[in-house]
Design a protein around this ligand. Structure first.
Ligand SMILES: Cc1cc2nc3c(=O)[nH]c(=O)nc-3n(C[C@H](O)[C@H](O)[C@H](O)COP(=O)(O)O)c2cc1C
Length: 275
């Protein structure tokens, strides 16, 4: 089993990594053959996204930035489970982590890590503790369609000073380690939660409205048969989700038609070309 850690902390032996190490230790006690790979973004040549959107228009490998992006993507594909780790910086993820997420923007619309088991870990001093982890979870759970097994935000000052908080946090980390191990081993494809179903539907509806505008994206969706499916893989979907989705997606189509007026397809095509 391969577990990949992607860290957005510039401190390789800092607070966030010390929490990840608790998870690693626990997992190694369960199975000593697990391979851990660490990607410290601070060591990588991962340049700022230039906003050309070529990844979305022509494919992730068409990114003009020739740096470590493709290697990182390969490691994510090869991993049985991934830990996203970032300190909270100004109530958000660190700049390193934000840039990493921006660089894989196309995965919001053309996901490649579907149902990948993900554990989110973040530390901050103690204020806005869930800002960074919730953001990482939002991107990987709603958009990338990964299987989030836990979202852990730790106020490191309280962890250090208060024994009770320390014990409670370590228990949580150990439990998450067990869950990550089981999920990475079994690789289940869980039924989508409501929010995941809706994000899938937003993507699908966008393509239904303007498929000719985004030929590459449409091709991938067709190849995977996603345009005809209820989710990115065969699974049951709660009938209530379908009912609500049916109404929302129809409303989305109608409002696009009203907002864009006549020849909406051509107008969006021109917008996409120019932007
Ligand atoms: C630039 C910067 C911004 C920070 N912003 C916050 C913040 O908004 N809230 C908070 O509680 N701690 C904040 N901190 C403290 C860190 O989140 C905290 O020390 C964290 O545990 C550091 O993790 P690391 O050692 O893995 O890098 C900030 C630290 C830095 C350097």
């Amino acid at each position: 089993m391969k577990i990949l850690v992607i860290s957005g902390s510039p401190r390789k032996k800092g607070n966030t990594m010390s929490m990840v190490k608790i998870v690693e230790k626990e997992m190694m006690e369960i199975d000593e053959s697990i391979e851990f790979e660490y990607i410290h973004l601070i060591d990588k040549d991962l340049r700022f996204c230039r906003g050309c959107s070529l990844c979305l228009r022509e494919g992730g490998d068409k990114c003009p930035l020739k740096d470590d992006g493709q290697h990182i993507l390969k490691s994510m594909h090869n991993a049985d489970g991934i830990i996203f780790a970032s300190p909270g910086y100004s109530a958000m993820v660190s700049g390193l982590m934000k840039n990493f997420i921006d660089r894989f923007m196309y995965l919001d619309h053309i996901p490649e890590l579907i149902a990948k088991p993900i554990l989110i870990i973040s530390t901050s001093g103690g204020d806005g503790v869930m800002g960074a982890p919730n953001y990482m979870a939002k991107m990987s759970f709603y958009w990338w369609a990964c299987n989030i097994i836990d979202i852990i935000g730790i106020g490191h000052a309280f962890y250090t000073i208060n024994d009770k908080v320390k014990r409670r946090t370590e228990k949580k980390l150990r439990k998450a380690a067990e869950k990550l191990y089981d999920t990475a081993r079994l690789k289940p494809e869980p039924r989508p939660r409501f929010i995941q179903y809706m994000y899938f539907g937003f993507n699908r509806t966008e393509l239904e409205i303007s498929s000719s505008v985004m030929p590459y994206r449409t091709r991938v969706w067709k190849e995977n048969n996603w345009l005809k499916m209820n989710y990115y893989y065969s699974t049951g979907v709660n009938p209530l989700f379908k009912l609500i989705g049916g109404i929302v997606f129809s409303a989305m189509k109608i409002s696009y038609r009203i907002l864009l007026g006549k020849d909406g397809d051509k107008k969006i095509a021109a917008y996409v070309r120019e932007n």
